[in-house]
Write a protein that binds this ligand. Structure first.
Ligand code: ATP
Ligand code: MG
Ligand code: FE
Length: 352
């Protein structure tokens, strides 16, 4: 199968062509990503109206570029996939409309992809990773632990009760004036700091569930910054201490979920995946690699450039749907909210 994927749910306009010969045989022929970081940087966060306009302006050119680089013709495509939620509605609509237009004009199937399923499958862009696996999804808008039982089949084991981990990185960076987006900047400063220098909380530590809380950590960072001399040394030390605290919390909570996952799947509970933008953090990856080893599980994560938003993961999820015969009607709607797990999806059917 040859699938064109389109991603436009946040502030990356992206398109990719991917060849799919099965879940363990995937080849990325092109992956073009136009980031809007510069447009949003003055505001210290993504401005939905600016994002929607930028997606509309860029999408056609990015799709053409992805087709060009792949060397494939439009006619040779097996289907057209696009993120249809969750995300900023203006952006999602521009990408989904572009995909609908192409699918109609080419008379090819449309694949409406859940952005989070794209992140969930993203390690397969680099290496085979069979179901089932435990997934720690850590991104700008989500922090969840899920049992990935199969395509479109997710059981939630835990999730954040307030902020997402990526949001905590972004807000902490903003408080210290480190620039947007926050994650990579905090990581850079953290490399020069002492992770033991500033005392920060470890929310929910020891609790008998796999949920997260990051709001308190974010507030503690703001307080530590206020109380500091606000020097480069303070930036480095607070960044390092914050990154250590987030890694501690994610690892400790994931440990709880590993036990739940083993109860669910027994002998088959062998694989652990971390995905989403925050999975690009090297200290976190190392920490979680150790955790997986000590729990007798194999560690998987997408290559760094496929942790943050991209269209290759959307093309991959679309191809997997197509291979399973799950195509969508041209009337399918963009969904600002679209939970991945079975229970929440049932309680929150397509309506947006
Ligand atoms: P969602 O996928 O939940 O809809 P999103 O698409 O906006 O949200 P992603 O693109 O998956 O999120 O990830 C972006 C987030 O990842 C941002 O919060 C960013 O700060 C964070 N991030 C990116 N690189 C790093 C890094 N090296 N260390 C920590 N966080 C990072
Ligand atoms: Mg972004
Ligand atoms: Fe994302």
């Amino acid at each position: 199968l040859l699938v064109l994927g389109i991603e436009s749910s946040c502030d990356e306009t992206a398109a990719s062509v991917l060849r799919y010969r099965g879940e363990d045989d995937v080849e990325i022929l092109s992956s073009i990503i136009a980031s809007q970081d510069e447009a949003h940087a003055p505001f210290g966060g993504v401005v939905p109206e600016i994002a929607a306009r930028a997606h509309m302006q860029k999408i056609d050119g990015i799709v053409e570029q992805a087709m060009d680089v792949s060397g494939m013709s439009y006619e040779s495509l097996s289907g057209v996939a696009a993120t249809s939620g969750p995300g900023l509605i203006g952006g999602v609509i521009s990408g989904l409309l572009a995909a609908k237009g192409l699918a109609l004009a080419l008379d090819k199937p449309l694949l409406a992809v859940n952005h989070l399923e794209g992140h969930a499958l993203s390690p397969r862009l680099a290496e085979p990773c069979p179901f089932p696996y435990l997934l720690l999804l850590v991104s700008g808008g989500h922090t969840q632990l899920l049992s990935v039982n199969g395509l479109g089949d997710y059981t939630r084991l835990g999730s954040t009760v307030d902020d997402a981990a990526g949001e905590a990185f972004d807000k902490s960076a903003k408080v210290m004036g480190l620039g947007f987006p926050g994650g990579p900047n905090v990581e850079k400063w953290a490399a020069k700091g002492d992770p033991k220098s500033v005392k920060l909380p470890r929310p929910f530590k020891g609790r008998d569930h796999a949920d997260f809380s990051f709001a308190g950590l974010k507030t503690a960072v703001a307080r530590a910054w206020e109380a500091s001399e606000q020097t480069d040394k303070a930036k480095a030390d607070i960044s390092a201490s914050f990154q250590r605290a987030v890694s501690d919390v994610l690892a400790e909570r994931t440990g709880k979920a590993m036990a739940m996952f083993k109860d669910m799947h027994g002998e088959d509970a062998k694989r652990f995946v971390v995905a989403g933008g925050v999975a690009a953090n090297k200290a976190l990856r190392e920490r979680l690699t150790q955790l997986a080893i000590s729990n007798g599980m194999s560690f998987f994560a997408p290559p760094l450039k496929f942790c943050t938003d991209n269209a290759a993961m959307i093309a991959l999820a679309g191809a997997a749907k197509l291979a399973a015969g799950q195509t969508d009607e041209l009337g399918v709607k963009a969904r600002p909210r679209w939970p991945l797990d079975n229970a929440a999806a049932k309680a929150n059917p397509a309506s947006g």
